[in-house]
Design a protein around this ligand. Structure first.
Ligand code: ARG
Length: 271
């Protein structure tokens, strides 16, 4: 009987420790919308039981914000391009997706204080072309992909004259097409480009990347006008998170996990 009780207790504790099942104070949830195709910020990886779960810097930030505001985090995955429309509709409470605040996005959402600034944007190409693609003019006539609705697509459209720009909804598709020579280049946030260059032996960062400007910081988006009154609490939690040095910790945690994610994506069949 004691043994059974002990086992039940252990199971209960394991259950309580699992963040997705942790009971929030008033059973309130914080629904996160993200586009989990963007390691090291948001991606899926198999946990110890082989289940695919969410991880990455932004996911850890969201967990921190949920904890700080006493809510249970729920994660919804969606193509980046639809995130702000779904947020506006009320499908999510917050969007965290390596998202920069832009003039245009301010029409659709409110943004928190910045929580992280990534490396400048980079152009991912086949490793054997990385040196010869030395300036942005060298992409004239080449197929350059970027994710739909992103600031990286703006770079491809505005800063790479003569490039045939291909907009795709999913970054994993972009990487697949690049690996399989269906396109010549991909414009990504720097940290993401470095992650894929590291994971895929055939890929590298083009020298021309040096011509791209500085990175804009990432922020948390909430519904326009913040009708749920979330922003003050979120900004307070972000300030505390930065002060506690948590973000560096999250970067390290994401880095430790990405090895696991890489193995899986390497095995994944071509889309
Ligand atoms: N930083 C870029 C932007 O704000 C791209 C973000 C893409 N994020 C993602 N999770 N796929 O437009």
């Amino acid at each position: 009987m004691k043994k059974v009780l002990a086992i039940m207790l252990v199971m209960l504790m394991a259950f309580a420790m699992c963040p997705t099942f942790a009971m929030a104070a008033e059973g309130e949830t914080l629904i996160l919308g993200t586009s989990a195709d963007y390691a090291p910020f948001e991606f899926m990886y198999p946990n110890d039981d082989g289940e695919m779960v969410y991880g990455g810097i932004d996911i850890f930030v969201a967990e921190y914000l949920a904890e700080a505001t006493g809510k249970e985090l729920v994660i919804e995955n969606m193509a980046f391009d639809y995130l702000l429309a779904a947020l506006q509709k009320g499908d999510y409470d917050i969007v965290i997706a390596a998202m920069e605040e832009t003039e245009e996005r301010l029409n659709a959402a409110d943004f928190s204080d910045p929580y992280y600034t990534d490396y400048p944007a980079m152009i991912l190409v086949k490793a054997d072309k990385a040196e010869e693609l030395a300036t942005l003019a060298d992409f004239d006539g080449l197929y350059v992909a970027a994710q739909t609705g992103t600031t990286k697509l703006d770079i491809a459209n505005n800063d790479m004259p003569g490039a045939n720009v291909v907009a795709l909804q999913n970054v994993n598709d972009i990487i697949n097409q690049l690996v399989n020579d269906k396109i010549d280049a991909a414009v990504l946030d720097g940290g993401v480009a470095l992650e894929f260059a590291d994971a895929e032996e055939s890929l590298a960062i083009a020298v021309a990347s040096d011509e791209l400007g500085a990175a804009a910081p990432f922020c948390v988006a909430v519904q326009k006008g913040d009708p749920k009154g979330l922003l003050p609490g979120i900004n307070e939690a972000i300030a505390q998170m930065i002060e506690e040095g948590k973000v560096e910790e999250f970067v390290q945690m994401a880095d430790d996990l990405s090895g696991v994610a890489e193995e899986v994506s390497a095995d994944a069949p071509e889309a």
